[in-house]
Ligand binder design. Sequence first.
Ligand code: SF4
Ligand code: SF4
Length: 452
Amino acid sequence: MLKALEIALFGIGILSAGFFLWAAYVSKNENEPFAFRKFINLGLLVFFLSFLIAMSHNILLISIVLAILLSLIIIGLLLLLPFEKKHNYKLAVPSSQIDERDTMFSRRELKGGTEVYEKYYSANKEFQKPDDEFRVLPGLLNPKSSQYNPIHFASAAASFQAVEVFYNEAEVEVKAETKLEVEAEEVSKYIKSWAKKLGAIDCGITLLKDYHVYSYGGRRERRDKQYQAKHKFGIAFTVEMDKAMVDAAPKASIVMESAQQYLESGKIAIQLANFIRNLGYEARAHIDGNYEVVCPLVARDAGLGEIGRMGLLMTPMKGPRVRIGVVTTNIPLVVDEPKPQFSVIDFCTICKKCAESCPSNAISFNDMEEIDGVKRWKINQEACFTLWCKLGTDCGRCVSVCPYSHEDNVLHNIVRKGIKNNYIFRRLALKMDDIIYGRQPVSKEIPENLEI
Ligand code: SF4
Ligand code: SF4
């Protein structure tokens, strides 16, 4: 009997240690040295403790430790099963359209002393002081900013310049003379598959509502143009941002990666829009700097994710570590159901890791609040953008530290499953994330092959 218990304890010890060593290996490949050390220590601790206790030949001690280990394993497995607290969470539907002129990128375009500047700030006096404060700072990709690196900033600028090449292709007339008769189901399936073939990680379709569309354009020649949903459908898709580039945020790699993924999503949007026009139907590509729609809302309603504490789309497998592209169109399509994710809202309510890591305190620590008739979180966009103007990059610390941003692999997907399914697992996973990755993970170095 004693022999059997010793073997069982030693076997479970080896299995548990094996799990931690595998997790350490995964962490090493993810360039997570902090997590690597933690998993190695845990693995060795479990191995030696189970070995020492098994060798003690004390039947009572061995039985107790075995019972504890088995209970922990069973509880761990049970916590992956669905268990949710009662809630009445529904997707928040905005009651009005967002005015693009109020966004920071539109406000950045206003030059002191011009008629448009005077007009805007006489109607929005509360914005003038904070905006004049960021105007005297160096600004994005500026040589005087704190994260300046001539090579990396030139690379990011090159990606943004390539996006601008697409501007004239975003909204053009239908090219085909006749409309090809299409089956909504087939063409929807085709568009999703092709978007993924072109580099998207997910793609969904929603009915376009007025609240998806800016009330007024705010940038360049679109300023003061009034908008309403002129197409019936919105096709939204996401592209992944490279984890290593994001993890070095707020260093220059973050703005390089943002710019590059704006380019990738812009390219896919232009291809999809041209494809649809070639079939004889209207389509508009919405790309960086040239949006008529609020991309996170379109993507959320197309079933691609949920909006979290930092106001970004939280996708199931990459969290906020994505960029979004949208095409609006009148081609017949089949829409996807939005997928309200209480688990994301619940996790964001307890997590607050982004808020703690935000260098400008732009992210709220509070629970969701009623803002313009909708319960949600709202970031302080002035504080966030003012920091960008000092850094010269788009910061991105919040995206980097978010537990949902971990790599899409077996280890993290087991945790994602538990977080999605189980109210208790969520609380446990947050504690584990804090222990393994740190409550405020530090910024990593720019990937070696890009160092200069
Ligand atoms: S860091 Fe935490 S609170 Fe912030 S968005 Fe991610 S999960 Fe939500
Ligand atoms: S980008 Fe930076 S400043 Fe802006 S909310 Fe995220 S962490 Fe805060």
